[in-house]
Design a binder for this molecule. Structure first.
Ligand code: CAA
Length: 262
């Protein structure tokens, strides 16, 4: 057995998993080892029928993820950089494609690749000490794990460009104002608040929540008319699910629905 702490820790309870990036000595910076462990953890979560909601956070109280590992990158050739960026994109695409809602609980520095990872999550909640940013130009670099794409889609192209060109760090309250973070909580309360939110989502009809997530994701990549047509199909298909029947009958019978994820 290895005595090296894993870089990624996953705990699943009552359908809610908490994935912690665990490299606090480097503010949870993403090196190749962490990315590969993340990839394995996400694949295992994707195959777990008990999963309803995933929360992603960083170990320690100071940092969510302070970016891609600069020490590792400092020795890269363009070929190595392409492999690294491709790996980062693959991992974040897998996170984004999880069928259940994914929530980033941002407990401190959320910079570069860390901000890009948060942007691959459906929802972002911030601690009051959170700092968001894409500081790559400080290093003579640019975002490489999707920041130019997902940040522009999340907060608009002009604001994304401003943050990327200036490398400015955004405090939690401003992150909320510009639509990056949905709410801000005291750092000591963040995980509990996000767990409560996740438990609420986990109590809803799981088939419906997954269908809604897919409709939002697919629709964002399509013209409105196509997205609306996708929604009609997804809505209609839910009437084949036992959970939709149970949910509506429970309403009529004035009782709490017992969803079976079917
Ligand atoms: N890569 C590697 N190590 C990192 C790191 C990173 N991104 N961020 C922090 N660390 C390490 C530091 O080197 C330091 O290690 P040592 O104790 O061994 O010296 C440790 O974490 C603690 O960091 P600091 O002493 O710097 O802590 P601080 O509180 O003084 O500063 C900080 C915190 C402002 C976040 C600062 O660490 C910092 O600026 N980090 C770099 C942030 C950054 O530029 N991120 C973008 C990376 S590029 C990228 O992500 C490209 C991409 O899109 C794929």
């Amino acid at each position: 057995m290895s005595d090296v702490a894993p870089s990624v820790i996953v705990e699943l309870e009552h359908g809610v998993a908490v994935l912690t990036v665990n490299r606090p000595a480097a503010l949870n910076a993403l090196n190749s080892t962490v990315l590969l462990e993340l990839e394995q953890a996400i694949a295992a979560l994707a195959a777990d029928p008990a999963l309803r909601v995933l929360i992603v956070t960083g170990a320690g109280s100071k940092s969510f993820i302070a970016g891609a590992d600069i020490v590792e990158m400092s020795g890269y050739t363009p070929q190595a950089a392409r492999r690294f960026a491709t790996l980062g994109h693959r991992v974040l695409a897998a996170l984004e494609a999880l069928p259940v809602p994914v929530i980033a609980a941002v407990n401190g520095f959320c910079l570069g690749g860390g901000c890009e990872l948060a942007l691959a999550c459906d929802l972002i909640y911030a601690a009051d000490n959170a700092r968001f940013g894409q500081p790559e130009v400080n290093l003579g670099l640019m975002p490489g794990f999707g920041g130019t794409q997902r940040l522009a889609r999340r907060i608009g192209a002009a604001r994304a460009a401003e943050l990327i060109y200036t490398a400015r760090q955004v405090k939690a309250e401003e992150a909320r104002t510009i639509g990056l973070a949905l709410e801000v909580y005291p750092n000591a309360e963040l995980l509990q608040k996000v767990r409560e939110l996740a438990a609420g989502i986990a109590s809803k009809g799981p088939v419906a929540v997954r269908a809604a997530k897919l409709a939002i994701a697919r629709g964002l990549d399509a013209p409105l008319s196509v997205g609306n047509a996708l929604e009609v199909e997804a809505f209609a298909n839910l009437f084949d699910s036992a959970d939709a029947r149970e949910g509506m009958i429970a309403f009529v019978e004035k009782r709490t629905a017992q969803f079976r994820n079917a």
